[in-house]
Design a protein around this ligand. Structure first.
Ligand code: GLU
Length: 385
Protein backbone atom coordinates (compact mmCIF):
# COMPACT_ATOMS: atom_id res chain seq x y z
CA UNK A 1 0.00 0.00 0.00
CA UNK A 2 1.35 3.40 -0.93
CA UNK A 3 1.39 6.17 1.62
CA UNK A 4 0.65 9.78 0.77
CA UNK A 5 3.34 11.90 -0.93
CA UNK A 6 3.11 14.27 1.99
CA UNK A 7 4.03 11.76 4.65
CA UNK A 8 6.57 9.97 2.44
CA UNK A 9 8.47 13.22 1.98
CA UNK A 10 9.37 13.56 5.65
CA UNK A 11 11.45 11.64 8.17
CA UNK A 12 10.68 11.38 11.91
CA UNK A 13 11.84 14.25 14.16
CA UNK A 14 15.62 13.80 14.49
CA UNK A 15 15.77 15.57 17.85
CA UNK A 16 13.29 13.09 19.27
CA UNK A 17 14.93 10.16 17.45
CA UNK A 18 18.39 10.95 18.85
CA UNK A 19 16.85 11.51 22.26
CA UNK A 20 15.21 8.09 22.02
CA UNK A 21 18.49 6.45 20.95
CA UNK A 22 20.17 7.91 24.06
CA UNK A 23 17.27 6.86 26.29
CA UNK A 24 17.25 3.32 24.87
CA UNK A 25 20.97 2.99 25.51
CA UNK A 26 20.49 4.22 29.08
CA UNK A 27 17.65 1.71 29.57
CA UNK A 28 19.94 -1.08 28.45
CA UNK A 29 22.16 -0.25 31.44
CA UNK A 30 24.73 2.11 29.85
CA UNK A 31 25.78 5.27 31.65
CA UNK A 32 24.60 7.79 29.07
CA UNK A 33 24.96 11.56 29.19
CA UNK A 34 22.14 13.09 27.23
CA UNK A 35 22.55 16.47 25.51
CA UNK A 36 19.95 15.65 22.88
CA UNK A 37 16.45 17.12 23.35
CA UNK A 38 16.15 20.64 24.67
CA UNK A 39 14.36 19.94 27.90
CA UNK A 40 14.99 21.73 31.23
CA UNK A 41 16.07 19.29 33.94
CA UNK A 42 14.11 21.28 36.56
CA UNK A 43 10.79 19.88 37.78
CA UNK A 44 7.68 21.83 36.81
CA UNK A 45 7.31 24.49 39.57
CA UNK A 46 5.07 23.34 42.43
CA UNK A 47 2.36 26.03 42.10
CA UNK A 48 1.77 24.92 38.49
CA UNK A 49 1.46 21.26 39.47
CA UNK A 50 -0.88 22.22 42.33
CA UNK A 51 -3.08 24.21 39.97
CA UNK A 52 -3.52 21.11 37.80
CA UNK A 53 -4.36 18.98 40.85
CA UNK A 54 -6.87 21.59 42.02
CA UNK A 55 -8.48 21.59 38.58
CA UNK A 56 -8.77 17.80 38.71
CA UNK A 57 -10.23 17.89 42.22
CA UNK A 58 -12.76 20.46 41.08
CA UNK A 59 -13.85 18.17 38.27
CA UNK A 60 -12.41 20.26 35.47
CA UNK A 61 -11.99 17.18 33.35
CA UNK A 62 -14.36 17.84 30.45
CA UNK A 63 -14.07 19.45 27.03
CA UNK A 64 -13.38 23.15 26.92
CA UNK A 65 -13.66 25.59 24.06
CA UNK A 66 -11.45 23.95 21.38
CA UNK A 67 -9.31 27.11 21.25
CA UNK A 68 -8.71 27.19 25.00
CA UNK A 69 -10.34 28.31 28.24
CA UNK A 70 -11.18 32.00 28.54
CA UNK A 71 -8.93 32.51 31.60
CA UNK A 72 -5.88 31.24 29.73
CA UNK A 73 -6.51 33.13 26.50
CA UNK A 74 -7.05 36.30 28.52
CA UNK A 75 -3.88 35.70 30.58
CA UNK A 76 -1.92 35.22 27.35
CA UNK A 77 -3.14 38.57 25.99
CA UNK A 78 -2.01 40.24 29.24
CA UNK A 79 1.43 38.62 28.88
CA UNK A 80 1.76 39.66 25.24
CA UNK A 81 0.90 43.25 26.13
CA UNK A 82 3.22 43.37 29.14
CA UNK A 83 6.25 41.56 27.70
CA UNK A 84 6.00 42.27 23.98
CA UNK A 85 3.87 45.44 23.62
CA UNK A 86 1.42 43.43 21.52
CA UNK A 87 -2.32 44.04 21.68
CA UNK A 88 -4.39 40.97 21.00
CA UNK A 89 -7.91 40.06 22.03
CA UNK A 90 -8.53 36.62 23.62
CA UNK A 91 -10.31 35.55 20.40
CA UNK A 92 -7.04 36.00 18.52
CA UNK A 93 -5.28 33.44 20.72
CA UNK A 94 -5.52 29.70 20.09
CA UNK A 95 -4.10 27.37 22.75
CA UNK A 96 -2.53 24.32 21.13
CA UNK A 97 -0.69 21.11 21.96
CA UNK A 98 2.69 22.77 22.30
CA UNK A 99 4.31 25.30 20.02
CA UNK A 100 4.62 22.47 17.51
CA UNK A 101 0.89 22.20 16.86
CA UNK A 102 0.56 26.00 16.90
CA UNK A 103 3.03 26.26 14.01
CA UNK A 104 1.37 23.45 12.10
CA UNK A 105 -2.05 25.09 12.50
CA UNK A 106 -0.74 28.35 11.06
CA UNK A 107 0.92 26.62 8.09
CA UNK A 108 -2.24 24.64 7.43
CA UNK A 109 -4.29 27.83 7.55
CA UNK A 110 -2.00 29.63 5.08
CA UNK A 111 -0.65 27.18 2.53
CA UNK A 112 -1.98 25.89 -0.74
CA UNK A 113 -0.12 23.03 -2.44
CA UNK A 114 3.10 24.37 -3.98
CA UNK A 115 3.29 27.53 -1.88
CA UNK A 116 6.81 28.31 -0.76
CA UNK A 117 7.90 29.02 2.80
CA UNK A 118 11.34 30.45 3.54
CA UNK A 119 13.16 28.93 6.49
CA UNK A 120 16.55 29.92 7.83
CA UNK A 121 19.07 27.14 8.35
CA UNK A 122 20.22 25.89 10.70
CA UNK A 123 16.49 25.37 11.21
CA UNK A 124 14.67 23.46 13.91
CA UNK A 125 13.85 20.01 12.56
CA UNK A 126 10.09 20.30 12.40
CA UNK A 127 9.72 23.44 10.25
CA UNK A 128 10.66 21.71 7.02
CA UNK A 129 8.63 18.58 7.83
CA UNK A 130 5.53 20.56 8.74
CA UNK A 131 5.72 22.63 5.53
CA UNK A 132 5.99 19.41 3.51
CA UNK A 133 3.08 17.83 5.39
CA UNK A 134 0.97 20.85 4.40
CA UNK A 135 1.92 20.43 0.73
CA UNK A 136 4.21 23.45 0.78
CA UNK A 137 7.76 23.83 -0.50
CA UNK A 138 10.48 24.73 2.02
CA UNK A 139 13.06 27.17 0.67
CA UNK A 140 16.17 27.09 2.83
CA UNK A 141 18.29 30.22 3.30
CA UNK A 142 21.51 29.43 5.17
CA UNK A 143 22.68 31.79 7.91
CA UNK A 144 26.44 31.93 8.18
CA UNK A 145 28.46 30.79 11.18
CA UNK A 146 30.84 33.76 10.64
CA UNK A 147 27.87 36.12 11.01
CA UNK A 148 26.83 34.55 14.31
CA UNK A 149 24.04 32.70 12.49
CA UNK A 150 22.03 35.88 11.95
CA UNK A 151 20.67 35.67 8.40
CA UNK A 152 21.20 38.43 5.84
CA UNK A 153 18.32 40.34 4.31
CA UNK A 154 19.67 40.26 0.71
CA UNK A 155 19.93 36.46 0.93
CA UNK A 156 16.32 36.23 2.10
CA UNK A 157 15.24 38.67 -0.60
CA UNK A 158 16.87 36.48 -3.26
CA UNK A 159 14.90 33.46 -2.06
CA UNK A 160 11.51 35.20 -2.30
CA UNK A 161 9.49 34.35 -5.42
CA UNK A 162 5.91 34.86 -6.57
CA UNK A 163 5.04 31.61 -4.76
CA UNK A 164 6.46 32.67 -1.40
CA UNK A 165 3.73 32.82 1.17
CA UNK A 166 5.60 33.04 4.46
CA UNK A 167 8.88 33.02 6.29
CA UNK A 168 9.56 31.24 9.58
CA UNK A 169 11.95 32.86 12.03
CA UNK A 170 13.10 31.67 15.43
CA UNK A 171 14.82 34.03 17.84
CA UNK A 172 16.31 33.16 20.33
CA UNK A 173 17.34 30.42 17.99
CA UNK A 174 17.31 26.65 18.20
CA UNK A 175 19.97 25.26 17.46
CA UNK A 176 22.42 28.21 17.49
CA UNK A 177 21.36 30.37 20.45
CA UNK A 178 21.51 33.47 18.22
CA UNK A 179 19.25 36.40 19.08
CA UNK A 180 18.29 38.40 16.00
CA UNK A 181 19.06 42.13 16.41
CA UNK A 182 16.18 44.60 16.36
CA UNK A 183 17.54 46.27 13.21
CA UNK A 184 17.50 42.96 11.37
CA UNK A 185 13.89 42.34 12.46
CA UNK A 186 12.90 45.84 11.32
CA UNK A 187 14.46 45.28 7.90
CA UNK A 188 12.78 41.91 7.64
CA UNK A 189 9.46 43.47 8.62
CA UNK A 190 9.88 46.03 5.83
CA UNK A 191 10.62 43.26 3.35
CA UNK A 192 7.52 41.35 4.46
CA UNK A 193 5.30 44.40 4.03
CA UNK A 194 6.82 45.16 0.60
CA UNK A 195 6.53 41.57 -0.69
CA UNK A 196 3.29 40.77 1.15
CA UNK A 197 4.80 37.93 3.15
CA UNK A 198 3.50 36.41 6.34
CA UNK A 199 5.92 35.82 9.24
CA UNK A 200 5.68 32.90 11.61
CA UNK A 201 7.74 34.01 14.59
CA UNK A 202 8.65 31.14 16.88
CA UNK A 203 9.41 32.79 20.22
CA UNK A 204 9.44 29.77 22.54
CA UNK A 205 12.90 30.65 23.92
CA UNK A 206 11.90 34.26 24.57
CA UNK A 207 12.61 34.13 28.31
CA UNK A 208 15.93 32.34 27.97
CA UNK A 209 18.02 35.36 27.04
CA UNK A 210 21.49 36.06 28.42
CA UNK A 211 23.11 38.78 26.33
CA UNK A 212 20.34 40.71 24.55
CA UNK A 213 16.66 41.40 25.15
CA UNK A 214 13.96 39.65 23.17
CA UNK A 215 12.05 41.64 20.58
CA UNK A 216 8.98 40.41 18.72
CA UNK A 217 8.77 41.20 15.00
CA UNK A 218 4.98 41.41 15.40
CA UNK A 219 5.41 44.62 17.43
CA UNK A 220 6.73 46.47 14.37
CA UNK A 221 4.23 48.88 12.84
CA UNK A 222 2.15 47.10 10.19
CA UNK A 223 3.32 43.61 11.14
CA UNK A 224 0.55 42.39 13.44
CA UNK A 225 -1.76 41.59 10.52
CA UNK A 226 0.93 39.55 8.78
CA UNK A 227 2.48 37.77 11.76
CA UNK A 228 1.80 34.73 13.86
CA UNK A 229 3.50 34.83 17.25
CA UNK A 230 4.17 31.30 18.50
CA UNK A 231 4.98 30.64 22.10
CA UNK A 232 4.75 27.79 24.62
CA UNK A 233 5.10 26.97 28.30
CA UNK A 234 7.50 24.05 27.78
CA UNK A 235 10.90 25.72 28.02
CA UNK A 236 10.14 28.74 30.22
CA UNK A 237 8.28 26.82 32.92
CA UNK A 238 9.87 23.36 32.55
CA UNK A 239 6.54 22.05 31.23
CA UNK A 240 7.67 20.02 28.20
CA UNK A 241 5.35 17.09 28.91
CA UNK A 242 2.25 19.20 29.53
CA UNK A 243 2.00 20.19 25.88
CA UNK A 244 0.69 23.73 26.08
CA UNK A 245 1.56 26.32 23.45
CA UNK A 246 -0.30 29.00 21.57
CA UNK A 247 -0.52 31.21 18.52
CA UNK A 248 -1.44 34.89 18.45
CA UNK A 249 -2.61 36.08 15.04
CA UNK A 250 -5.06 38.40 13.37
CA UNK A 251 -8.72 37.46 13.86
CA UNK A 252 -8.99 36.12 10.31
CA UNK A 253 -6.12 33.67 10.77
CA UNK A 254 -7.20 32.82 14.33
CA UNK A 255 -10.66 31.80 13.08
CA UNK A 256 -9.07 29.54 10.47
CA UNK A 257 -6.75 28.01 13.07
CA UNK A 258 -9.63 27.43 15.51
CA UNK A 259 -11.51 25.64 12.75
CA UNK A 260 -8.54 23.38 11.97
CA UNK A 261 -7.91 22.56 15.62
CA UNK A 262 -11.59 21.88 16.29
CA UNK A 263 -11.36 19.03 13.78
CA UNK A 264 -7.92 17.75 14.73
CA UNK A 265 -7.48 17.64 18.48
CA UNK A 266 -10.17 19.81 20.13
CA UNK A 267 -8.85 21.51 23.25
CA UNK A 268 -5.49 20.99 24.96
CA UNK A 269 -6.10 18.78 27.99
CA UNK A 270 -8.17 20.74 30.45
CA UNK A 271 -6.08 20.55 33.64
CA UNK A 272 -2.93 21.48 31.75
CA UNK A 273 -4.68 24.66 30.65
CA UNK A 274 -5.51 25.57 34.26
CA UNK A 275 -1.91 24.83 35.21
CA UNK A 276 -0.73 27.16 32.42
CA UNK A 277 -2.84 30.02 33.80
CA UNK A 278 -0.96 29.64 37.10
CA UNK A 279 2.41 29.57 35.32
CA UNK A 280 2.21 33.31 34.63
CA UNK A 281 2.49 33.92 38.38
CA UNK A 282 5.70 31.92 38.73
CA UNK A 283 9.05 33.69 38.86
CA UNK A 284 11.51 31.74 36.70
CA UNK A 285 14.48 34.08 37.04
CA UNK A 286 16.47 31.55 39.11
CA UNK A 287 16.13 28.97 36.31
CA UNK A 288 17.34 31.52 33.76
CA UNK A 289 20.32 32.38 35.99
CA UNK A 290 21.16 28.70 36.26
CA UNK A 291 21.04 28.35 32.46
CA UNK A 292 23.34 31.36 32.16
CA UNK A 293 25.87 29.68 34.50
CA UNK A 294 25.65 26.50 32.47
CA UNK A 295 26.09 28.46 29.24
CA UNK A 296 29.22 30.13 30.65
CA UNK A 297 30.60 26.81 31.83
CA UNK A 298 30.00 25.09 28.48
CA UNK A 299 31.45 28.01 26.53
CA UNK A 300 34.61 28.02 28.61
CA UNK A 301 35.06 24.24 28.38
CA UNK A 302 34.50 24.16 24.62
CA UNK A 303 37.01 26.99 24.19
CA UNK A 304 39.57 25.13 26.31
CA UNK A 305 39.08 22.05 24.13
CA UNK A 306 39.80 24.32 21.15
CA UNK A 307 36.46 24.01 19.38
CA UNK A 308 34.85 26.60 17.14
CA UNK A 309 31.29 27.76 17.89
CA UNK A 310 29.26 30.91 18.18
CA UNK A 311 28.58 31.89 21.82
CA UNK A 312 24.85 31.39 22.42
CA UNK A 313 23.13 34.63 23.48
CA UNK A 314 19.90 32.80 24.34
CA UNK A 315 18.08 29.42 24.44
CA UNK A 316 20.05 26.43 25.77
CA UNK A 317 21.90 25.11 22.76
CA UNK A 318 25.38 25.49 21.35
CA UNK A 319 26.03 24.59 17.71
CA UNK A 320 29.56 23.27 17.47
CA UNK A 321 31.69 23.29 14.31
CA UNK A 322 33.00 19.76 13.74
CA UNK A 323 34.10 20.21 10.11
CA UNK A 324 37.76 19.63 10.94
CA UNK A 325 36.88 16.21 12.42
CA UNK A 326 34.97 14.94 9.39
CA UNK A 327 36.30 13.08 6.37
CA UNK A 328 38.17 10.34 8.25
CA UNK A 329 36.27 7.86 10.37
CA UNK A 330 33.16 9.97 10.18
CA UNK A 331 31.89 11.22 6.86
CA UNK A 332 29.20 13.54 8.18
CA UNK A 333 27.59 14.93 11.33
CA UNK A 334 25.14 12.02 11.57
CA UNK A 335 27.96 9.44 11.64
CA UNK A 336 29.83 11.62 14.10
CA UNK A 337 26.82 11.85 16.46
CA UNK A 338 26.31 8.08 16.29
CA UNK A 339 30.03 7.50 16.94
CA UNK A 340 29.96 9.83 19.94
CA UNK A 341 26.94 8.05 21.38
CA UNK A 342 28.28 4.54 20.76
CA UNK A 343 31.86 5.14 21.88
CA UNK A 344 31.51 7.64 24.73
CA UNK A 345 27.76 7.36 25.47
CA UNK A 346 27.20 11.06 24.91
CA UNK A 347 24.05 12.08 23.02
CA UNK A 348 24.04 15.15 20.76
CA UNK A 349 22.02 15.95 17.62
CA UNK A 350 23.78 16.15 14.22
CA UNK A 351 23.70 19.43 12.28
CA UNK A 352 22.18 17.57 9.32
CA UNK A 353 18.92 17.41 11.33
CA UNK A 354 18.85 21.20 11.13
CA UNK A 355 19.72 21.26 7.39
CA UNK A 356 23.27 22.34 8.25
CA UNK A 357 26.08 19.86 7.73
CA UNK A 358 29.42 20.00 9.56
CA UNK A 359 28.04 20.93 12.98
CA UNK A 360 26.59 19.21 16.01
CA UNK A 361 24.06 20.56 18.54
CA UNK A 362 24.64 20.23 22.24
CA UNK A 363 21.79 21.10 24.61
CA UNK A 364 23.02 22.52 27.92
CA UNK A 365 19.70 22.11 29.71
CA UNK A 366 21.27 19.31 31.82
CA UNK A 367 22.83 19.68 35.30
CA UNK A 368 26.38 21.02 35.70
CA UNK A 369 27.60 17.58 36.86
CA UNK A 370 26.27 16.04 33.66
CA UNK A 371 27.76 18.84 31.60
CA UNK A 372 31.16 18.26 33.21
CA UNK A 373 31.05 14.51 32.69
CA UNK A 374 29.70 14.77 29.14
CA UNK A 375 32.28 17.34 28.09
CA UNK A 376 35.12 15.24 29.59
CA UNK A 377 33.93 12.35 27.46
CA UNK A 378 33.47 14.58 24.39
CA UNK A 379 37.07 15.79 24.80
CA UNK A 380 38.30 12.18 25.04
CA UNK A 381 36.30 11.27 21.93
CA UNK A 382 37.79 14.14 19.90
CA UNK A 383 41.30 13.07 20.91
CA UNK A 384 40.69 9.71 19.22
CA UNK A 385 39.93 11.37 15.88
N1 GLU B 1 12.34 21.44 20.69
C1 GLU B 1 13.19 20.57 21.42
C2 GLU B 1 14.48 20.31 20.68
O1 GLU B 1 14.74 20.89 19.66
C3 GLU B 1 12.47 19.29 21.81
C4 GLU B 1 12.39 18.21 20.79
C5 GLU B 1 11.60 18.61 19.57
O2 GLU B 1 10.41 18.74 19.70
O3 GLU B 1 12.23 18.84 18.53
O4 GLU B 1 15.25 19.53 21.16
Amino acid sequence: MDLSHFVSSVTPSATLEFNKKALDLAKSGENVVKFTAGEPDFPTPRPIVDAAIKALNEGKTKYTNASGIDELRKAITVKLQKDNSLSYSPEEIVVSNGGKQAIYNVLKALLNVGDEVVIISPAWVSYEAQILLCGGVPVVVPARAEKGFVPEIPEIEKAVTDRTRAIIINSPNNPTGAIYPKEFLRDLGNLCVERELFVISDEVYEKLVFDAPHFSIASIEGMKERAAVINAFSKTYAMTGWRVGYSATSMKVARAISKIQSHLSSNVNTMAQYAAVKAFEVDTSSMVEEFRKRRDYVVSRLSQIGLKFSKPAGAFYVFIDIRSFLGGRFKNSNDFAIGLLEEQKVGMVPGSAFSYEGFIRMSFSSSTEELREGLDRFDRFLKTL
